[in-house]
Design a protein around this ligand. Structure first.
Ligand code: ATP
Length: 231
């Protein structure tokens, strides 16, 4: 199992203690696309942040590629995030005064075994826009740069938190097709959060969350190409 989450629990204390993850179990095979669905506040982002080493649980464990990351110290977690995990968020988070190519270079410069900026820009279909600034790109193009930046470090795991949340249907389909292409071409295991039920059809595994727990895990023998998702 490439990602194995077991009994993951986390609460926030804001005066009142609120459990946000209540003993979550989740398993995803290597090279697969997993989608996490669930209503707002069900704990999707918190779960993904723990899997990505951005946050720590109170209890339970996360293993990725045979390593129990929940046992790592801060330096170990920083290294894990830097070398092993690519992150894509809803609002791209590109550096506004750097070009598309420079946004990608920032990450490749600190990566251990990066792909080339040219290769990832070509993979996301933006070779001709390398010198554009984020404000000179559409939302969909900015998200494709963000995906290129996430994969330039050649991560084993790509974590996407609502990657199409700010995009219209057409741009969303392009971005999802690109994520599928990255999964197929680079063998990257993908875990993606979405509110959109329709996106489940492109995943190998679908995890439905409710009130801090994964309540169902289902598997698609034949995920559909993102181009065929019905919005
Ligand atoms: N830093 C924090 N401090 C206190 N409560 C928090 C914190 N982060 C998240 N929460 C709470 O934890 C719960 C789960 O949040 P989370 O962001 O994981 O849910 P989500 O399913 O991703 O929601 P959405 O779809 O709206 O992004 C929410 O009730 C939220 O208010």
């Amino acid at each position: 199992m490439f990602v194995s989450v077991s009994g993951l629990a986390k609460s926030y204390d804001t005066g009142v203690v609120t459990p946000v993850l209540r003993g979550v179990d989740l398993q995803l095979d290597q090279g697969r696309i997993g989608v996490i669905l669930g209503p707002s506040g069900s704990g999707k982002s918190t779960l993904m942040n723990v899997i990505g080493g951005l946050d720590r649980p109170d209890d339970g464990s996360v293993e990725v590629d045979g390593q129990r990351i929940t046992d790592f110290n801060d330096a170990g977690l920083a290294e894990y995030r830097r070398d092993r995990v690519g992150f894509v968020f809803q609002f791209y988070n590109l550096v506004p005064n750097l070009t598309a190519g420079e946004n990608i270079d920032v990450v490749s410069n600190i990566s251990r075994q990066p792909l080339s900026t040219g290769e990832v820009l070509s993979a996301v279909g933006l070779s001709d826009k390398k010198h554009r600034f984020p404000r000179e790109l559409s939302g969909g193009e900015q998200q494709r740069v963000a995906i290129a930046r996430a994969i330039v470090k050649n991560p084993k795991l790509l974590l996407c938190d609502e990657p199409t949340g700010a995009l219209d249907a057409e741009a969303s389909r392009d971005v999802l097709a690109l994520i599928q292409q990255v999964n197929a071409d680079f063998g990257t295991t993908v875990l993606m959060i979405t509110h959109n039920e329709a996106i489940a059809d492109m995943a190998h595994s679908v995890f439905r969350m409710r009130s801090g727990d994964v309540v169902t895990a289902t598997h698609n023998a034949q995920p559909i190409p993102a181009e065929r998702i019905d919005w």
